[in-house]
Write a protein that binds this ligand. Structure first.
Ligand SMILES: *Cc1c(COP(=O)(O)O)cnc(C)c1O
Ligand SMILES: [Zn+2]
Length: 430
């Protein structure tokens, strides 16, 4: 494979380099891999101008909010790119959710506005393009829901067969519906996400199927574009903080890797801090970071934020490297904090799925703790769409989540009435 700039894959653990033409997900030492390129061969200012020139393009691969940045993603000819014009997501003033978090300058980047409703599309456009590059015919993933929804769609678009491993009965309905609708062969396994993840790696090795979990370094490359696009939307003015949920820990790793590359190229000249937020019931990174102990998986992860219900995240080593680079922090939030923050994001008119709202719950907690200054410029990432998990929304607003220890603090209860004007008046308190 020939790229304009030397490109290879490199072990995160021992820094061993491999030819990019060789299909592999792990180093011989067991470490996971990064895509690396010779940044010294790139002129940062010229590259930034190229990206500015592509802003607002109307059609084709360069109208994608991922491939606009292809020089730092995967520099292939446009006709080899599998895209749904993903990215180009909006960034909102947090409104009510900003007041709730105690922040004056709080923006929410809504990755739930991607084609299949989560940021996973940014990784998947790159992952399926890589699958085609390696002449794969089938792709597979283990998923808490959004990865499978995204993969099934991109596989359908590119004519690849898709095989999905999901933990039985444990994924949000909207996501399962998408996987089935897009034609993914869906295998529900007895066990949790971590069991599914371990199985799919064996299956891919044995059956020669291309693996599209975030262990796949090309997915991480695509997800870097979240940070690139935020900065371009801010005219390259770097915020003080990014706040982002952490499950399998691919997305925060992608964010920091992308920022690190922009910094190395002189496209930005300030290093923002990153806060990774985990749900208390699934917080192996938080435990490790807080107690300064070696990594240890959480055996039975639990949380209503099913997208981050992961006890054995594959990218923790990448995350630590990123946190070190940007002087980042890790925080955990409770089920109640997640759902109350979600009520605020939703009531602000923006809306997002539970896992996404860790960004707001975590920002609030870090402001309260004096870690984030109330005057700081903060960007929270909303990772998934409000429609992904209707059960969580209805459960909260009907105050029916007591079995999960969650109270509908800001519940907007539906009211059942007789079909008369009087009944309406009474319901409206007139
Ligand atoms: C996948 C996902 C996450 C977690 O991202 P990781 O890269 O696994 O840390 C968070 N929120 C939503 C909605 C997701 O789909
Ligand atoms: Zn290695």
């Amino acid at each position: 494979m020939n790229f304009k700039v030397a490109t290879w894959v490199e072990c995160v653990h021992c820094a061993r380099k491999y030819d990019i033409g060789e299909l592999r997900y792990n180093c011989d030492c067991g470490g996971i891999l990064d895509v690396r390129r010779d940044l010294s061969a790139i002129d940062g200012q010229a590259l930034k101008q190229t990206w500015e020139n592509r802003w607002g393009m109307k059609r084709g691969a360069m109208s994608s909010g991922v491939w606009r940045y292809k020089e730092l993603i995967l520099d292939l000819p446009d006709d080899r790119i599998i895209t749904r014009q993903e990215g180009n997501t909006r960034m909102y003033d947090a409104g009510l959710a900003g007041k709730y978090a105690g922040l004056k300058n709080f923006l929410l980047k809504h990755e739930g506005e991607n084609p299949t409703g989560s940021f996973k599309d940014r990784g998947m456009t790159c992952g399926t393009t890589a699958a085609m590059m390696y002449h794969a015919t089938s792709v597979a993933c283990a998923s808490t829901g959004n990865t499978s929804a995204s993969m099934a769609s991109y596989a359908a678009v590119s004519g690849l067969k898709s095989i999905i491993f999901i933990p039985e009965g444990k994924i949000a309905y909207g996501k399962l519906a998408q996987a089935l609708a897009f034609g993914g062969k869906t295998l529900q396994i007895e066990g949790n996400f971590d069991d599914a993840m371990s199985l799919v790696q064996d299956v891919c090795r044995e059956l020669n199927i291309y693996l599209l979990n975030s262990i796949n370094p090309f997915r991480i490359e695509g997800q870097k574009a979240i940070g690139f696009e935020i900065l371009q939307q801010l005219d390259w003015e770097v915020p003080d903080w990014f706040v982002i949920p952490g499950g399998n820990l691919g997305n925060n790793s992608a964010l920091s890797k992308g920022l690190e590359e922009l910094y190395a190229l002189g496209i930005i000249n300030k290093i923002p801090r990153i806060a990774v937020i985990q749900a208390s019931g699934s917080a192996p990174l938080y435990k490790m970071w807080k107690n300064k102990t070696p990594f240890e998986a959480v055996k039975n992860p639990e949380t209503i934020a099913t997208a981050i219900k992961i006890g054995n995240p594959v990218s923790w080593e990448k995350t630590l490297r990123g946190l070190e680079w940007c002087n980042g922090v890790v925080e955990e939030v409770s089920e109640q904090e997640i759902m109350d923050a979600k009520a605020m994001v939703d009531a602000a008119g923006i809306g997002a799925e539970p896992a996404s709202c860790c960004s707001v719950a975590g920002a609030k907690k870090l402001v309260d703790a004096g870690v984030i200054d109330p005057e700081a410029k903060v960007v929270g990432i909303l990772t998934g769409n409000v429609l992904k998990d209707p059960d969580a929304v209805i459960g909260y607003h009907k105050n029916e989540l007591a079995n999960k220890g969650i109270v509908g603090t800001y519940a907007n209860r539906p009211v059942i009435i007789k079909p008369t004007v009087d009944a309406v008046k009474k319901a409206l308190g007139r």
